[in-house]
Design a protein around this ligand. Structure first.
Ligand code: FES
Length: 611
């Protein structure tokens, strides 16, 4: 075994790991978040860390990242841990807390929670009334058939006597979840959790009022095993299932701590959690083998809503509380998509509506004419900054929006110096490059030598020949902390084309299935954190979504999380979720003969407006 110490901005962690593993593997064991889009194959360049001491001899490894000096960052997946090594991990890879997902203090409309608190006053036992404590309590509850587990029974005698037989019973359906002294009916809380491949978002709600009290999010630590679901499934299949489950639960528990701290609510006052996520994430969250989702026919282990006791699962709410995952739809269309349908009320709207949740997997729903069609399309990590030369997630230092005029205006998250570009910034930048003729409709960056009289001289001077063809300098090195230029390369454009092609082709197939033309779409909802930040005009310019007036495009924020909140505070919405899951028709793109043809057609930037 060797000892390695990780230095993070907020803490230091030391861990003993088996000799011969990589720094990335050690980070995974220590629960240290390191980005690893390629899952450790050495191809994505995202796992850069800095060895502060105990590294290989100068020049021995040759794994220093391009553009870095010796003693600079190395790829964690390529470097072997050594005893006594001290490794620095950068800050931006951790908590994304407080980013404007569905703002707090909002009230939800339909409040009929399944958690029920009943104030009960009993007569104490006497020699003539020797009914056992549990029966005494159950007899006072509003209905019969209530069951109590060992966890509640264990403390029941003490609670009843300390409180003078005045208690509050908490019920969920036919289960007695808690018995508390006195009248605590005013305090009842629940957790809605959206488990994303990239980010987990948690919401704490007051179940009596339907009020959102606090929101917190955290990067999914499983990403050290790859950015996409397939790498996670592969890791789970090769013995890593327990580890992936404990990673995601660890992140969920950190979210819970943060929500409790912010709101002043106690862990034992949170009685129910409603969880949404894509099918792989839901399997991993529950510790269920997702192996068969990786290949046709993409069979999940389960599809319906699952219930488990929080203490058994390891989620730190009331240990007797209930954790419910909403039903999924198909192998790669999970309960998060159902959350989007609930939140938008897509099934009840007039006309034809399209909802697109853009991420490494794009989930698309087309609703109208009493049908709900859905599909999932593998967009790859480009929209989240993966496989992009200077791509990064939407964290501090990411260029999130770009305006290209005669000059270039960048908006950077945290108002700091730019360190990279996230998906929304990339889409803006490419839309601008298209508008100014620096990229043609086939996605080719212009050669500044070929005529080019029409190119604006200032913009033209930013085009240069790089290591892999032409590239466009978005932020010069004098403005960046690393001193390196932030560029958009020809390869970045190809990656973006593949990602947008996958989404566009998915939309086209659903439209064909419904015998609709793009012009017949009444409205488009862009869901997910990415959909919230993307500029509608840029999405249209790229041809990512059908050409409809920007006024009919709506950005929803985290609609999946919103759907989870609705199902948490309302039994009616939860029943609606179950009915919708049955109603949705899933279109499996991999068996559609015309998908490939639609995909190729969708690669060009030729269908959107460049206005
Ligand atoms: Fe190391 Fe991708 S290059 S994880």
């Amino acid at each position: 075994m060797v000892k390695v110490r990780f230095v993070l901005p907020w803490e230091e962690k030391e861990i003993s790991v088996p000799d011969g593993g990589s720094i990335l593997q050690a980070a995974a064991l220590a629960g240290v978040p390191v980005e690893a889009d390629c899952g450790g194959k050495g191809t994505c360049g995202k796992c850069g860390v800095k060895i502060l001491s105990g590294g290989p001899e100068e020049g021995a490894s040759g794994k220093v990242l391009p553009g870095e000096k010796k003693g600079g960052r190395v790829l964690a997946c390529r470097e072997i841990v050594r005893d006594g090594m001290v490794v620095q991990v950068e800050a931006h890879t951790e908590v994304l807390k407080g980013k404007d997902f569905n703002g707090p203090h909002r009230l939800l409309a339909d409040v009929h929670p399944l958690v029920e608190k009943v104030s009960v006053v009993m007569n104490p036992p006497t020699v003539t009334d020797q009914a056992p404590d549990l029966e005494r309590l159950l007899a006072r509850l509003p209905r019969t058939g209530i069951r109590a587990g060992r966890g509640v029974l264990a403390g029941l005698p003490g609670v009843l006597r300390r409180s003078g037989f005045r208690v509050t019973a908490t019920l969920i359906a036919d289960r007695l979840v808690a018995v508390e002294p006195g009248d605590t009916t005013g305090r009842s809380f629940g957790l809605a959790l959206d488990v994303g491949t990239t980010t987990l978002v948690g919401y704490l709600l007051d179940l009596n009022q339907g009020r959102l009290l606090a929101t917190a999010s955290q990067a999914n630590p499983q990403r050290v095993y790859g950015a996409d679901v397939i790498s996670r499934i592969n890791h789970a299949s090769s013995g890593g299932l327990k580890q992936l489950q404990s990673m995601v639960l660890g992140a969920a528990n950190q979210i819970v701590s943060s929500l409790l701290e912010e709101s002043g609510v106690l862990e034992k006052e949170v009685y129910e959690a409603v969880v949404v996520g894509n099918t792989t994430m839901t399997h991993l969250f529950l510790g269920v083998d997702p192996s068969h989702l990786a290949f046709a026919p993409f069979t999940p282990a389960f599809k319906g809503s699952m219930e488990t006791r929080a203490g058994e699962l390891g989620l730190r709410i009331h240990p007797e509380g209930r954790v419910v995952t909403l039903p999924g739809i198909a192998g790669h269309v999970g309960s998060d998509t159902l959350g989007v349908i609930l939140a938008t009320g897509l099934d009840r709207l007039e006309g034809f509506s399209l909802a697109v949740d853009i991420g490494t997997n794009g989930e698309i729903v087309l609703a109208g004419g009493d049908r709900l069609l859905t599909c999932s399309t593998a967009a790859g990590p480009a929209f989240e900054g993966g496989q992009i030369e200077h791509g990064m997630r939407a964290a501090e230092g990411a260029i999130e929006s770009v305006e290209i005029g005669e000059d270039i205006f960048l908006r950077v998250i945290g108002n700091s110096a730019p360190r990279g570009i996230c998906g929304s910034g990339l889409i803006d930048a490419v839309a601008g490059l298209l508008r100014w003729g620096l990229v043609d409709r086939t996605g080719r960056l212009r050669d500044p030598r070929e005529g080019g009289g029409d190119l604006h001289p200032r913009l033209r001077s930013r085009l240069r020949w790089g290591a892999n063809g032409y590239e466009f300098i978005l932020a010069p090195g004098c403005d960046t902390p690393s001193g390196r230029d932030i560029v958009i390369t020809q390869k970045d454009l190809r990656e973006l084309q593949l990602a947008k092609g996958a989404i566009k082709a998915g939309i086209s197939i659903l439209l064909k299935e419904a015998s609709l033309e793009p012009g017949e779409i009444t409205r488009v909802f862009l869901a997910g954190a990415f959909g919230n930040y993307i500029r509608k005009e840029s999405a249209l310019a790229l041809g990512l979504i059908p050409e409809i007036p920007p006024g009919r495009i709506f950005q929803l924020g985290n609609a999946a999380g919103e759907g989870a909140m609705m199902a948490l505070v309302s039994g009616r919405e939860r029943a609606r979720a179950a009915a919708l899951a049955e109603k949705v028709e899933h279109v499996e793109l991999s068996v559609m003969k015309d998908f490939q043809e639609e995909f190729i057609k969708a690669l060009n930037f030729s269908e959107g407006k460049l206005g």
